[in-house]
Design a protein around this ligand. Structure first.
Ligand SMILES: *Cc1c(COP(=O)(O)O)cnc(C)c1O
Length: 347
């Protein structure tokens, strides 16, 4: 398979050496073809990048961000990570595990963001794993500015003599986004070594660090691979603005040229009734990928991202000869908090 000049001649590298970093991730994560799913949907050629296999505490996209965030915390002599998320946050679970690896304590604020969940929701899945990793947890009602709550909790802990380091929700600041600029570079290298020329990358987008880091990385490398973020929460315009803002800041940190908002692609057609509430298309995606590929998605993020990919294929968005890469961002631990919803759905 021959590559177009823009992709083939790209031999640049981003130098991440000047950033503090702690190795946490098994990398590169594999890119695998989804042969049976591609057949089932009638093409294009679908591939999956297995960032569910990052190796930290059931894996997921927060591992790459935490390499730089924990690196920064250690360089500042912190003794504790403080963060926030929804009750079934994968980010909190990964942060709690990373803290253990780094010999730090972990304190997390959990927002009761998702309405009408069963009582199990607050004890099983990721919450259960948070407790195994020894994180201390505080709960909050929905609708607060959770990053402001987290910063206030951080200051309180500091006044009590701790040396806390605050990580915003989803690890989505420029430091965390660096982890996905690393992933972009990895995709470029794999595209070259596996001789696959991808036309699109599709992924779930929430707190924006993953999409911003990828887009910044590809842009800094001058690699032409558009990224379609499938929103799990916000309407399109709001998500585009947020992703664009963080992408520009990440490019500044990388000392690379800035980027136009027209390069940020978001589809908000798969959110359903809101964050953390699986839509019928989410549950279909979870079941289709499980039964055709033997891969577990999750009901909050990667299930919606995959529903987006399936929807775009069915709409004829891609050419049948296209190679489309889905980024699996992890999250299957949350499946256990959604047993009823999943089993009651006609899968
Ligand atoms: C956090 C998360 C995402 C979204 O990534 P953001 O960087 O927050 O946009 C996607 N999938 C899973 C499983 C996640 O936990």
């Amino acid at each position: 398979m021959s590559l177009p000049a823009t992709q083939k001649e790209n031999l640049q590298q981003i130098d991440f050496g000047r950033f503090s970093r702690m190795t946490l991730c098994h990398q590169p994560t594999p890119i695998e073809p989804m042969v049976r799913l591609s057949e089932q949907l009638g093409g294009p050629n679908l591939f999956i990048k297995r960032d569910d296999c990052t190796g930290l505490a059931t894996g997921g996209n927060k591992t790459r961000k935490l390499e730089f965030l924990v690196g920064d915390a250690l360089s500042q002599n912190a003794d504790m990570l403080v963060t926030q998320g929804a009750i079934q946050s994968n980010h909190v679970r990964q942060t709690a595990a990373a803290a253990c690896r780094a010999g730090l304590k972990c304190h997390a604020l959990l927002e009761r963001r998702v309405p009408d969940r069963s009582p199990d929701y607050e004890v099983t899945g990721n919450v259960f794993l948070d407790k195994i990793f020894g994180a201390t947890l505080e709960f909050r009602p929905p609708g607060l500015d959770m990053n402001a709550e987290g910063e206030a909790a951080t200051e309180k802990l500091r006044s009590e003599g701790h040396r806390p380091y605050f990580i915003p929700g989803g690890g989505s600041n420029v430091t965390g986004a660096l982890g996905y600029a690393v992933c972009a570079q990895e995709v470029v290298q794999q595209s070259q070594s596996q001789e696959i020329n991808f036309q699109w990358l599709v992924m779930a987008t929430g707190s924006t660090g993953t999409q911003a880091g990828l887009v910044a990385g590809f842009h800094a490398l001058d690699f032409d691979l558009p990224v379609m973020g499938v929103s799990v929460r916000q309407p399109r315009e709001k998500q585009v603005g947020a992703v664009h803002g963080l992408t520009k800041k990440t490019l500044e940190l990388l000392e690379a040229p800035t980027i136009a908002a027209s390069k940020i692609h978001v589809d908000d057609g798969y959110v359903g009734d809101g964050y953390g509430i699986p839509a019928p298309s989410t549950l279909e995606a979870v079941s289709l990928i499980a039964r055709n590929e033997g891969i577990l998605l999750d009901p909050v993020y990667s299930g919606k991202g995959m529903a987006g990919l399936i929807g775009l294929v069915r709409q004829g968005f891609f050419k049948s000869s296209d190679n489309v890469l889905f980024l699996h961002t992890g999250g299957s631990s949350a499946l256990f908090a959604y047993e009823d919803t999943i089993l009651n759905h006609d899968i």
